[in-house]
Design a protein around this ligand. Structure first.
Ligand SMILES: [Zn+2]
Ligand SMILES: [Zn+2]
Length: 405
């Protein structure tokens, strides 16, 4: 006998491989080297080798015999159902069915489709997808829109039959209606999709002129789509049955209308919450006051506390986006205050600011003049008017103190 490769090596496995490993390896290699798919000259030989290795390693008794005694032990063991060379009854379809399950193993012409068909097999039409572009305002309120969609729909001439004369549909004479042909490929029986009827199991001698017998034509339709309030980019609405039409009476596919919300000039959205930056003047920040902020329900007066720092965020409850889910509260609107530093000052304004600055620092100067020893306490009094600068100064002092250690 010619030299044979170790069964584990054939399947690319270690000797302690589990049953699942063996099954997986065989499945992968069988698909790769199946002569139906792989046209290389040695594919058939490789496939036979894989098949043989699998038959031994997948049977606990034969595997044990092979592990202890090699090829000879297995061959001497013999036994019913074991035939490494597939001479009597090792049928691909049977092996595939046992491994991949009876359900259609499409690429191989279907181990599970060997029973005779009686007529066309209904197929569901494919789903389709469209994008609906909208503004944030539209997304919040919801939107009804008509779109033009071009897709394969049931042929109006033959109503999807593929022919106007039902009598012109005949059982395929090559596969006798099964949709598959069986060929003897060396020692193996190989099933393949019938070339003549393309697996349909029947042929039409007088096909519909409009759809060339396919039963569907490209048609452009207008479809009304309703997007409920609150959807965000990437969320979608399914319009049942508005995808491609089914084949041979199969159901239609669905249409997915995917929402795309444009960026907004004022609001950023995160879930159902909205975020907005509100610039306020230097004076309003210091003295407090009211500023007008935009909301989805109109303008709103927001009260700014005296001494508000830049970055302070106010939450306006329930002024966000409504939830698309029932009985869920609306989101909130978060307004973050940005204090705007004045620019292009006149000399007079600059003078005023210098005076303001001096008066803010002035207390400490006066105190120092009175009693230089109390400068530390007076400094902190001046800085109590500047909480952020105070915090920064404290942190800087700590930093250098720790650095010196
Ligand atoms: Zn037609
Ligand atoms: Zn056929």
């Amino acid at each position: 006998m010619a030299t044979k490769r170790d069964y584990y090596e054939v399947l690319g496995l270690k000797r302690d491989a589990s049953d699942d490993d063996i099954k997986r390896a065989f499945k992968r290699l069988a698909i790769k080297y199946h002569p139906d798919r792989n046209k290389e000259a040695d594919a058939g030989e490789k496939f036979r080798e894989i098949n043989e290795a699998y038959q031994v390693l997948s049977d606990p008794q034969k595997r044990a015999a092979y592990d202890s005694g090699g090829f000879d032990a297995v061959e001497n063991q013999g036994g019913p159902g074991f035939d490494p060379f597939g001479g009597n009854g090792a049928d691909f379809a049977d092996i595939f069915e046992s491994i991949f399950g009876g359900g259609g193993f499409g690429g191989f012409g279907g181990g599970g489709q060997r029973q005779r068909r009686t007529g066309p097999v209904p197929q569901r039409g494919r789903d389709m997808r469209v994008y609906i572009d909208m503004t944030l305002e539209q997304a919040v309120k919801g939107l009804t829109k008509e779109i033009k969609l071009s897709s394969l729909r049931t042929c109006p001439e033959c109503h999807g039959e593929g022919t106007k004369d039902p009598k012109s549909r005949k059982e395929c004479p090559y596969c006798h209606g099964s949709g598959v042909t069986v060929a003897q490929n060396g020692i193996f029986r190989v099933q393949r999709t019938c070339d003549h009827c393309h697996g349909e199991g029947f042929i039409v001698t007088d096909p519909c002129k409009k759809c060339n017998g396919t039963g569907r034509t490209k048609q452009t339709r207008t479809i009304k789509i309703t997007i409920p309030p609150g959807l965000d980019s990437g969320q979608y609405v399914t319009v049942a049955g508005e995808g491609e039409s089914g084949i041979h009476g199969g159901p239609n596919g669905d249409l997915m209308a995917v929402v795309r919300v444009a960026e907004h000039k004022l609001f950023k959205r995160d879930g159902n919450n909205l975020y907005c930056e509100v610039p306020i003047s230097f004076a309003t920040a210091a003295l407090g006051g009211k500023v007008t902020v935009p909301t989805l329900d109109g303008k709103l007066a927001l009260t700014i506390e005296p001494g508000t720092q830049t970055g302070t965020t106010y939450r306006l409850n329930g002024k966000g986006v409504p939830s698309p889910l029932p009985n869920r509260p609306r989101g909130h609107l978060y307004c973050t205050v940005i204090v705007e530093t004045p620019v292009n000052l006149t000399d007079y304004q600059k003078d005023l600011l210098h005076k303001l600055e001096q008066s803010l620092d002035g207390d400490s100067e006066k105190d120092e003049a009175k009693d230089s020893k109390s400068s530390s306490s007076s400094k902190s009094k001046a800085n109590s008017q500047k909480p952020m600068m105070q915090r920064f100064a404290d942190n800087v002092a700590d930093f250098f103190k720790n650095l010196g250690k």
